[in-house]
Design a protein around this ligand. Structure first.
Ligand SMILES: *Cc1c(COP(=O)(O)O)cnc(C)c1O
Length: 397
């Protein structure tokens, strides 16, 4: 019964415009169906080493990349548990739900968390960050928690500017780039970040199940005699076993196959083209929104390339819009989280989506919004998006 239901689901496969999990390419899905191998044998070692090698340029590092069997949150928890001891103080810089969750992880581990507040829809003000750190003359902050891309608000932070704001403050800098990694340039080593966390099911377009962490030398040396009690997520073990092409515990082998295939696709496309694709899709969705009288939640200068959060117009029922799109158009978009529940629509750009998929989804959204009584010129809005997407239709040479 369960298998029959799964097959039926595959036949009805919908286009995912949620910010993870995302639509995976057929060869990525096929890779996950390959026969299992010994996770301590040579075949898996080749896969794991290949994944780390393929990820290094995506993170912008020449250091270690370790892979954990967990979702992105597990990667963030591992970063915190391995870097800080209870009682230490960190500066969290949340700009939405995921940044607040990151701060919550730190609190659960007994850290004293100070928050640098940012208005909803804005990115972190690098000047405010620099000022707060300059005031920290005694270096009370042992850590700084940053979010590259905030999925709940469609906000992207300028990581180069934050790196400059941090300057030579000695805190361990941990970055949640779960919904950013791979979609725009990232230069971990140049920006001197200590730990950067990604996950398989976002811009790299593999199924969920793996967290990926890049760690610099300073993170490892501080870890050797610090951190909180941890067992499953002990990154020192992950590093030690990773050097031998293994993970400390049984990994999700099939998801690793999928991630390896997804990374091969990513590099075949080329990082520059992948950046351009995400930027172009986000730009097309924002052009649609502007022409459709829909307000973008993210402020100018803070726009994410992986998720666009649009304020629901008065009278439009977000739940009804989403279920109509899902049921009648096979298009799945996100709603709002926490205080934004029922107030926004979120459209993701990540995954194996063609320009035509994006255009078709926006056509459907225009139809559904008009049904809901939203006054808009549907043909003008969809044409605005198509104009931008048309440029992306040119096949790479
Ligand atoms: C998706 C996401 C996470 C991790 O979520 P999981 O469900 O644990 O994979 C963390 N941070 C951001 C910004 C995200 O978008």
């Amino acid at each position: 019964m369960i298998v029959a239901a799964a097959h039926r689901y595959v036949q009805m496969a919908k286009r995912l415009f949620i910010p993870g999990p995302v639509t995976c390419a057929p060869d990525v899905l096929e890779a996950t169906a390959a026969p299992l191998v010994d996770h301590r044998g040579p075949e898996f070692a080749a896969v794991l080493t290949g994944i780390a090698d393929a990820l290094r340029p995506v993170f912008g590092t020449s250091g270690d990349v370790v892979v954990l069997g967990s979702s992105g949150t597990g990667g963030l928890e591992a970063a915190v548990a391995n870097s800080f001891a209870p009682g230490q103080k960190v500066l969290a810089c949340p700009v939405g739900v995921f940044g607040r969750r990151f701060a919550d992880i730190a609190r659960i581990y007994g850290l004293e968390v100070e928050t640098l507040d940012t208005p909803l829809g804005a990115c972190v003000d690098p000047a405010a960050l620099a000022t707060r750190l300059r005031e920290d003359r005694n270096h009370a902050f042992a850590g700084i928690l940053l979010t590259h891309n905030e999925t709940s608000t469609g906000v992207q932070n300028d990581m180069a500017a934050q790196a400059a704001a941090i300057g030579d403050h000695p805190a361990t800098v941990i970055v949640d780039s779960v919904s950013g990694l791979g979609a725009s340039p990232f230069a971990m080593d140049a920006w001197r970040f200590d730990i950067v966390v990604g996950a398989s099911q976002k811009a790299l377009a593999a199924p969920p199940g793996l967290a990926m962490l890049a760690l610099g030398e300073r993170a490892w040396s501080r870890m050797s005699d610090g951190g909180a009690p941890r067992f499953y997520f002990d990154l020192r073990k992950a590093r030690q076993l990773g050097a031998a092409g293994q993970t400390p515990w049984t990994p999700p082998v099939s998801i690793a196959f999928g991630l390896a295939a997804a990374l091969a696709r990513y590099h075949a496309e080329g990082a520059q083209r992948a950046y351009a694709r995400h930027a172009r899709y986000a730009q097309a969705i924002r052009a649609f929104a502007a022409a459709a009288n829909l307000q973008d939640l993210s402020h100018p200068g803070a726009h994410s390339v992986t998720v666009v959060a649009l304020c629901a117009p008065a009278g439009v029922d977000v739940t009804a819009v989403r279920s109509r799109l899902r049921q009648d158009y096979d298009v799945v978009i996100g709603g709002g989280q926490a205080e934004l529940a029922g107030k926004i629509l979120r459209i993701g750009t990540m995954g194996a989506l063609s320009p035509d998929d994006v255009a078709t989804a926006l056509d459907a959204l225009a139809t559904v919004l008009r049904e809901q009584g939203h006054a808009m010129d549907a043909s003008r809005a969809t044409a605005a998006a198509r104009d931008i997407l048309a440029e992306a239709l040119v096949a790479p040479s």
